[in-house]
Design a protein around this ligand. Structure first.
Ligand SMILES: Nc1nc2c(ncn2[C@@H]2O[C@H](COP(=O)(O)OP(=O)(O)OP(=O)(O)O)[C@@H](O)[C@H]2O)c(=O)[nH]1
Ligand SMILES: [Mg+2]
Length: 472
């Protein structure tokens, strides 16, 4: 080929490369890091193994392979894939550690195109895939962007019932003696904020999901910064709606710019603008596809309060994600997500006959969001997956019956065979909690060799849904 011919071909070749950014979304412990580790692992092994039969491009033998390439943003940490693999291949195998900050990974996926000119030129195309990982807690801050300090305080304070009220006892007792109209005392505010933060940690430890502001429990590099030192507080008279009420109030109700209340409100606004908005602007504005990971099983075991708390947290978040033009993300950051997948994670914790129930339970949970997305022409789907399998499914024989069962090794190293229970097909009614309990036992990941892909369930179906059209 002549030099010019070669250059034209190179140019055409480069123009064939495409790019996709996938948002992996999910509450804390939903399985994001395990999912990203498995996704990378499956794709890296795709050139040597037949591990993704449901990915069309792999099934048609058009997938050449994938490799890690340097990410574009050099200011973000690299996703700790090697560390995750070390943990999964340790003896005994361990789960990757919880995420404390943002990280990113980029893969180049090489494939043979089926499309016109690309097919004729018989050159391979490359799809660059970017994925980010972040602590699930930070996701809970998205709805906060749509609330004033007054509204947020009201929402937080109205939730202080049941377990939450007990956990908040120390902080609430201090609030009894706190006068928000007095001149702000930074030390006092820092001390009360520490008690509020302690309450949030306790909520998290008690298995509750609605823990907001998310950075308070996982501050990343903001540890100790005043922007993380505020707490919900009822507006003192005269401060609620300053412009309207000011004229008609006697002087003693005049909003005091130097009061504790003004300081709390200012910090909340700074948190909204400098922390939350920055995070979403930087990461969520450029995504094309989204996968929302939901662990329905752990809350099913933890009981009614935990389950409803998780469902509520998910719905609050999905409200902000609303995929129409008027959604918060699009309004603020012109997000352009065109496909969303909801995945019920850790499906290897239930026997395969329960997978359909797991999907229909998740479908019911996300139904309002799904309806809206469909109206906006955004494709949605629900699946159940196990990013990294920890159990093997089989049967145990009881008399003449074969009962489905799971076998795994607990985190303490004890081999166990069990039937964890039925997954309700619909959102559980109140009496469900009296008669049923789902048994969730945490297992070690299954052992796998370094040169083998991690055992998974339906990761190929996920990849087909998220990337299939980009790999044609
Ligand atoms: N059995 C099974 N357990 C899983 C799977 N994926 C995740 N887990 C379990 O869920 C835990 C949390 O998974 P992570 O991937 O760390 O969750 P995360 O969403 O990244 O959590 P944060 O980083 O805390 O937001 C793991 O430590 C495992 O115990 C899976 O596919 N199968
Ligand atoms: Mg994580």
């Amino acid at each position: 080929m002549s030099r010019i011919g070669q250059e034209v071909s190179e140019l055409l070749h480069r123009s064939m490369d495409s790019h996709v950014r996938v948002a992996v979304t999910g509450l804390s412990r939903a399985g994001k890091t395990a999912f990203i580790s498995s996704l990378v692992n499956q794709l890296l092994h795709s050139s040597t193994h037949d591990n993704l039969p449901l990915l069309e491009c792999a099934r048609d033998n058009r997938l050449v392979g994938a490799k890690r390439v340097p990410q574009e943003d050099l200011l973000v940490a690299r996703f700790a894939y090697d560390e995750a693999m070390q943990q999964l291949h340790a003896e005994p195998p361990q789960w990757p550690v919880p995420t404390r900050d943002v990280s990113e990974i980029r893969l180049a996926i090489k494939f043979q195109s089926q499309k016109g000119a690309k097919r004729l030129l018989k050159r391979t195309s490359t799809l660059y895939l970017d994925v980010i990982d972040y602590p699930g807690e930070w996701l809970l801050d998205l709805p906060l962007l749509d609330m004033t300090f007054e509204q947020w305080s009201e929402q937080q304070l109205s939730q202080l019932t049941g377990v939450r009220q007990q956990l908040a006892a120390t902080w609430l007792a201090t609030m009894e003696t706190f006068d928000a109209t007095l001149a702000a005392d930074e030390k006092q505010i820092a001390d009360i904020a520490a008690q509020f933060t302690d309450y949030l940690h306790q909520c998290k430890d008690a298995g509750l999901h609605w823990v907001q502001p998310g950075r308070f429990v996982l501050p990343g590099d903001l540890e100790g910064a005043p922007v993380l030192q505020f707490f919900p507080c009822t507006a003192p008279e005269g401060q609620l709606d300053q412009r309207k009420s000011y004229k008609h109030k006697p002087d003693k109700h005049k909003p005091n710019k130097h009061s504790s209340y003004a300081m709390l409100k200012h910090r909340y606004q700074e948190y909204q603008n400098k922390v939350v908005k920055q995070f979403y602007r930087k990461y969520f504005s450029t995504f094309d596809r989204q996968i929302v990971l939901v662990d329905c099983l752990q809350p099913l075991m933890a009981g009614s309060e935990s389950f409803h708390d998780m469902k509520n947290a998910l719905q609050q978040i999905m409200k902000s994600f609303r995929y129409g033009n008027n959604n918060l993300l699009r309004r603020l950051f012109s997000s352009r997500i065109d496909k969303v997948l909801f995945a019920a994670t850790k499906s290897d914790h239930v026997t395969p006959d329960q997978h359909a129930n797991l999907v229909s339970l998740l479908q019911q949970m996300v139904h309002p969001t799904w309806q809206e997305a469909a109206f906006e022409n955004i494709e949605m789907n629900c699946m159940s997956i196990a990013s990294i399998q920890a159990t093997q499914a089989g049967f145990i024989t009881k008399g003449s019956d074969n009962i489905p069962a799971l076998r795994g090794v607990t985190l303490q190293g004890e081999p166990m065979t069990l039937y964890p229970g039925d997954v309700p097909e619909r959102l559980p009614k109140p009496d469900y909690w009296q008669h049923n309990r789902f048994e969730f036992t945490a297992f070690r990941p299954l052992e796998s060799a370094m040169d083998e892909p991690c055992p998974h369930t339906r990761m190929d179906k996920v990849l087909q849904y998220l990337l299939g059209d980009k790999l044609r």
